[in-house]
Design a protein around this ligand. Structure first.
Ligand SMILES: Nc1ncnc2c1ncn2[C@@H]1O[C@H](COP(=O)(O)OP(=O)(O)OP(=O)(O)O)[C@@H](O)[C@H]1O
Length: 239
């Protein structure tokens, strides 16, 4: 049997932004495969294009040129409205500052992505309760974000990301605003989502300790991705 296709295939990807008369070439001939149920970390200096790449893979932005395939969809050829529909079902987003709505309870925040889908109230309830259970917050579902710790708020953010059961989860600095212990718990949760539910996770981080929890670490350099040589077992063998 031929080997299974990667979930994400990025080929000859270019992304430029123009600012006035200036053009910034952020990604240049970038190639990347991400496997099913892989946990990948992206690192690189500020401004190197990590968020730009994540947004392109998640269908939040469109490339200048090149191809992005996720699952069986060529998302680089989709219109904005097709991308929006695709994202709703196939990608879960986790952000550094959670972006929970303060007036809604944890339950209502997690339910939000489901309101875009043709589901009954009862089906929504089942999925929200499952997601909150997975992140260990069943007993906090009627709390508002202001009544929860940062780590708990990020758990709600993760429950919201998985409630539609997407194959791909993109996380932009998910531990960037958390203390060491909460960060550790969030990374453990991401590892569990990968190992037990087969989610593919792409995480941008500045923190080498967070990156080390992923299965593979890539660095953005000059618009392209290179393997994190510091983390390579061949190069870090104890002397
Ligand atoms: N919408 C946009 N319009 C113009 N320039 C942009 C836009 N988005 C990003 N850029 C520029 O592209 C470059 C890469 O930005 P990006 O946010 O992807 O970097 P990053 O590696 O995620 O940085 P950080 O680690 O600071 O978050 C920067 O020079 C940024 O100013």
């Amino acid at each position: 049997m031929p080997p299974e296709q990667p979930l994400v295939q990025v080929r000859n990807l270019y992304k430029s932004f123009s600012r006035g008369s200036e053009t910034i070439d952020v990604l240049q001939d970038l190639n990347l495969d991400v496997g099913h149920a892989e946990f990948l970390a992206l690192m690189g200096p500020s401004g190197s294009g990590k968020t730009t790449l994540l947004n392109l893979i998640a269908g939040l932005d469109q490339p200048t040129s090149g191809t992005i395939i996720v699952g069986d969809q060529v998302i680089s050829e989709m219109s904005e409205s097709e991308l929006a529909r695709w994202r709703t079902r196939h990608v879960g987003f986790v952000f550094q500052f959670y972006y929970l709505l303060p007036v809604l309870t944890a339950y209502e925040n997690v339910e939000l992505p489901l309101l875009l889908l043709p589901l009954s109230r009862q089906q929504r309830r089942k999925q929200v309760e499952t997601a909150l259970d997975l992140v260990g917050l069943s007993n906090r579902m009627h709390h508002r974000p202001g009544q929860l710790s940062g780590g708990q708020q990020q758990r709600v953010g993760i429950a919201r990301a998985i409630v539609t059961d997407p194959e791909l989860i993109v996380a932009d600095e998910p531990t960037g605003d958390l203390d060491t212990r909460s960060a550790h718990e969030i990374l453990t949760l991401l590892e569990t989502l990968r190992a037990q539910l087969g989610k593919t996770i792409i995480m941008v981080t500045h923190d080498p300790k967070a990156a080390a929890r992923a299965q593979r670490v890539l660095h953005l350099e000059k618009g392209q991705l290179v393997l994190d040589t510091a983390a390579s077992p061949l190069l870090t063998a104890e002397a």
